[in-house]
Ligand binder design. Structure first.
Ligand code: F0G
Length: 432
């Protein structure tokens, strides 16, 4: 259908066939063609300057949801949402470290650290909106497939809302911290003998058959929440956009969210020009980078393999949305090797910031952009760190304690007997 009268405040539209539906339609995909949906809003009644004033006013003024880094931006996220399920989330820092300027070759690299969210990843920004929407439509259960962060976030927000959660994750491929969180927050957890792409196919089918509300990032309400990473970053920069925003890319929900946020911010008078997006994949899981190299003429699916398990995804679900995001921002898509990701991670960890492996892909991507001459060293770039360092303690310990030969950043612990002489000998050896 198409709305023939005046449009409501928000509605959903299919990016494939243009079919339109109401904001409260619970189907996660277009019922006409199975395509991906997008939430659209009528332009806000306030001017850009008035919106900015309102967003800023709310920050820190009230405890809880009104000051959340998602719901502060409610006019451009989900204006009609009343009672929201909020931790609260967002309000994450924008950091600068000289050591990372030196490592990447970019003169003014900033890091937007989304690992500072309540469950330790950016997923909380989408999940507060997704679970709020689940409650609005009266969902009796929610579900997702995940490489670990979405499942941890869904489990936490579903627990808060009192809605049962079902998660499907690839057996043996989920980082320890993420699996532990998912179990602790109480989600029914299925360890699927397969990869993430198998999990997503399965949960998509199961949610339809079992009438469970699907909260993967194909759900357009998740995208609305994730837009606030960009909005908050722009706010922290005084609404003066950087030249580049660089982010890790897996299932491509975040790439899509960033593109939508930038276009709307431009259209609604919050910024006067668009930054370029750079989406960074792991070389062993880079179907989107391959499509980009061919001007998106073909869509590829690959068997994914990378040390960055969060982005170990071979057939990204938000492909079409992300193509728009890259084209609309004159963006680029890169692939970086696992060795680059680990080196970047050691650099981020070693300056006291820390992040999970997939997040370090964005920092490796900045170095690659500079080396290839795509980014000028003097240009302003923000790299998004998507997850917390403690998400993947298994890899950290392997890197520092076990890898043989030790990688360049390895910090081997030294086992000693419990006496002062042993401590003195270690210190003396370190001085010499
Ligand atoms: N970084 C981290 C830490 C992630 O967990 C993910 C995705 C991404 C980057 C990529 O974002 O999929 O929107 O392109 N994690 C999903 C999950 C797949 O299940 O937690 P994307």
């Amino acid at each position: 259908m198409k709305f023939r009268t005046e449009r409501p405040e928000s509605w959903q539209v299919c990016l494939g066939c243009g079919n339109e539906t109401t904001e409260l339609d619970p189907h996660p995909r277009c019922i006409a063609c199975g395509g991906l949906l997008e939430v659209r809003h009528r332009p806000p009644k306030l001017s850009g300057a008035e919106l900015i004033e309102r967003f800023t006013e709310r920050r820190g003024q009230h405890p809880g949801a009104p000051a959340s880094g998602v719901w502060r931006f409610r006019e451009v996220v989900l204006p009609s949402a009343g009672d929201v399920v909020s931790h609260p989330e967002g309000n994450t820092p924008l950091l600068h470290r000289h050591a990372l300027d030196r490592w990447t070759g970019a003169a003014h690299l900033l890091l937007k650290h989304e690992g500072h969210n309540p469950t330790g990843s950016f997923k909380d920004r989408g999940m507060t909106v997704g679970v709020t929407q689940a409650r609005r439509i009266g969902a009796t259960a929610v579900a997702c497939a995940s490489t670990g962060n979405t499942s941890a976030s869904l489990a936490a927000y579903a627990a808060q809302a009192g809605i049962p959660a079902l998660v499907l994750v690839p057996a043996d491929q989920v980082a320890l911290g993420k699996l532990a969180q998912t179990l602790a927050y109480g989600a029914r957890t299925l360890l699927v003998r397969g990869d993430f792409d198998d999990c997503l196919r399965l949960v998509d089918e199961a949610s339809r058959r079992l009438n469970v509300y699907l909260l993967n990032s194909i759900n357009p309400f998740r995208i609305e929440g994730q837009k606030t990473i960009v909005l908050e970053m722009l706010e922290q920069l005084g609404w003066e956009p950087p030249d580049w925003i660089v982010l890790p890319a897996g299932n491509l929900g975040n790439t899509a969210a960033f593109g939508k946020a930038l276009l709307e911010a431009h259209r609604w008078g919050l910024i006067s020009r668009l930054p370029r997006l750079a989406a960074v994949q792991a070389a062993g899981a880079a179907p989107f980078a391959r499509s980009f190299a061919e001007d998106f003429e073909h869509r590829y699916a690959v068997r994914a393999e990378t040390v960055a398990t969060a982005i170990r995804i071979g057939n990204p679900a938000s492909f079409e949305r992300a193509v728009h995001a890259i084209r609309d921002t004159e963006g680029v898509v890169l692939a970086v090797t696992d060795a680059d990701i680990l080196e970047a991670k050691a650099a981020v960890d070693g300056c006291g910031v820390g992040c999970e492996p997939a997040s370090a892909a964005s920092v490796a991507g900045v170095r690659d952009l500079v080396r290839r001459g795509l980014m000028d060293a003097e240009e302003h770039a923000v790299a998004v760190l998507t997850g917390h360092i403690l998400k993947d303690p298994g890899l950290l310990l392997e890197y520092h304690r076990q890898m043989d030969p030790p990688p360049p950043g390895a910090n081997r612990p030294i086992e000693i007997d419990a006496d002062l002489g042993a401590v003195e000998r270690v210190l003396a050896a370190a001085r010499s």
